[in-house]
Design a protein around this ligand. Sequence first.
Ligand SMILES: Nc1ncnc2c1ncn2[C@@H]1O[C@H](COP(=O)(O)OP(=O)(O)OP(=O)(O)O)[C@@H](O)[C@H]1O
Length: 663
Amino acid sequence: MEQKEDCNDWEQPLLKKETDVAAEMAGQQLALKPIKPVGLSWRGVSLSIPLKGKKNKGKTKEILHQVSGTAPAGRVTAIMGPTGSGKSSLLNALAGRVAFIKGATLEGELSVNGVPVESGVVRRLCAYVVQDDVLYSFLTVQETLTLATHFYLPSALSEQEKATYVRDVINALGLAKARNTIIGDGQVRGVSGGERKRVSVGVELISNPSLLFLDEPTSGLDSFQAQSVMSAMGSLAQSGRTVVAAIHQPRSSIFDLLDMLVLVSEGRIIYAGKAQDAVSFFASQGWCCPPQFCPSDFFLDVISMDYRSPDLEATTRSRIESLHTAWQTQQRKRGVEEEGGLGEGMGASPDAGVDRGYQSSWPMQFWMVFLRGLKQNKRNKFALAVKILSNVFFALVLGAIYSKREGNPPGQTSIQNFIGALFFVAINQAFGNLQGVIQVFPMEKYIVQKERAAKAYHLSSYYLAKLVSELPFTLLGPFIFACIAYWMVGLEPSLSAFLIFTGFCLLEAICAVALGLVVSALSRDVPTATALAPPVTIVFLLFSGVFINVKSLPTGAQWCPYMSFIKWSFNAFAVNQFKGMTFACPDPEGKGCMSTGEQVLALYSMDEYGLWQCALALVGITLIFAGLGYAVLRVTSQKYLKMIPPSNPPMPTLLSAEGPHSV
Ligand SMILES: Nc1ncnc2c1ncn2[C@@H]1O[C@H](COP(=O)(O)OP(=O)(O)OP(=O)(O)O)[C@@H](O)[C@H]1O
């Protein structure tokens, strides 16, 4: 990169407007409801995070250093910078969504329409589109948005009004063609990446926010899709909304759609103002953007750190420092007090129009989440097929291994075979059903966190609906398993015994699902949950009554088996099978063998509890797991850092002498 004395030998680069999608979107009339314009400005935003490790005790890392700027109403403001420069951190700080970290500090001042506000006010006022789209993969675009209307629009609105609003959002975001396509994910083909991003935006638009934050809305999209997403954002800004997006490196046609630009590098501000003026600011410092260059590429080339050698690192660091200082000096010289952020609604109360309550009643929330869960499970044919086939497979394997009959009454070897078969059933139901939950729920947690933050529903309505909507799909597998395995293995040939066996298979499955919810709630993601599940289940397995007799446990540990749902299920299966049974014994006096089922139950200490007690214990443990899962979800709900006033007063900020809304 070459620094020049004079940029006049080049023409100032004029960005040509690309026509394709941008023009198409710009021509679109947004039929969304009118909103109150909101201008946001910030001063001296600094974020520091404590460093990890014993060596770094007491040290902090400064992620943002006194960053100031504005996002005027009705404009698209882009936060740009090299990777790791602090774009997402700044976006989160402005949106009041910096995740709470012990020892971290977030300082700064936020104003909405010129009125100083706390970061929590902006959080409630804005909609935030996260980088990774968190949507239910088996719902269609229309269903996803319709559900959002039930969550975020007043329940007083009629179904017709909600449907009209969904139609308007679909049209405004150019999603008409994809209306009935499912969202999809890595496994199932659905809408395109750009459409998915626009659906994420659409969900946020349902609550009709004035202020929209987007974290890397174009990352992972091809240039056409990226363009269409940003064109849609341009149209939203034209309808009066304030759009703030962290973008890594937009192509020139996207850069052309930006009104305001905030450039950060190493957590420091390099430029904040009209996007079209950034080239002349750089030129004034001797960094001339060649005419054929895309300005965003050029800016990033100039403000990126180069770590390839100590010399390059020192050179780039001093270049960034000098640009940062030049920007600050220029701001001081102009000496105009900040007036940015004042939109047409200037002076309007920042809280105006912010409804913080739940829009629908508890039963309605329950019903909506329940229906969503049913649809998601029903349409996930692959997962359903795996569930059924794995149960059929294990039932056939069990049936084939244990199918050999041994006379009437059965001989001594039958005791071992029955115990083995029943123990396998207890393990299979525990592991199989637990696995089903932990493969899905950790991901769903993020959607729930996001929806809960937007006050879509109470945690209790969600949690109960989730449990209930899982039941039909959870119970189908164990039911099929019981129907096949019971008769193939040749267990007690009576209908009542079969029904009891099936009932306990189902009860154990529900208990395993509840345990799966606890494990998922404790885990950050699917791999963590998958790693956590086996040790947890093995503890319950250890106390199942097969590996160690309950009476042989040390005094302090004798309560452990009572928490083992595998023990209670196995106990119930055994009582159902062995009670009243007789076995042939080679010795006429019965020496060295067991001639009754009761003797078998006594040997395993399973004669103390009847079927009802086992059932009650399973119900109790299920309730404990369900309660624990709920408590973990509640405790681990996302907390945010509060922005406190700066310890060192920041310098006054301005964007342009004409005022930011004159862009
Ligand atoms: N919670 C955290 N703990 C430690 N370091 C963090 C934390 N959050 C951010 N950082 C660091 O702060 C810097 C800025 O991170 P941030 O995600 O804001 O950058 P970014 O510009 O959005 O990067 P990218 O374009 O790669 O997403 C990075 O060096 C990052 O590693």
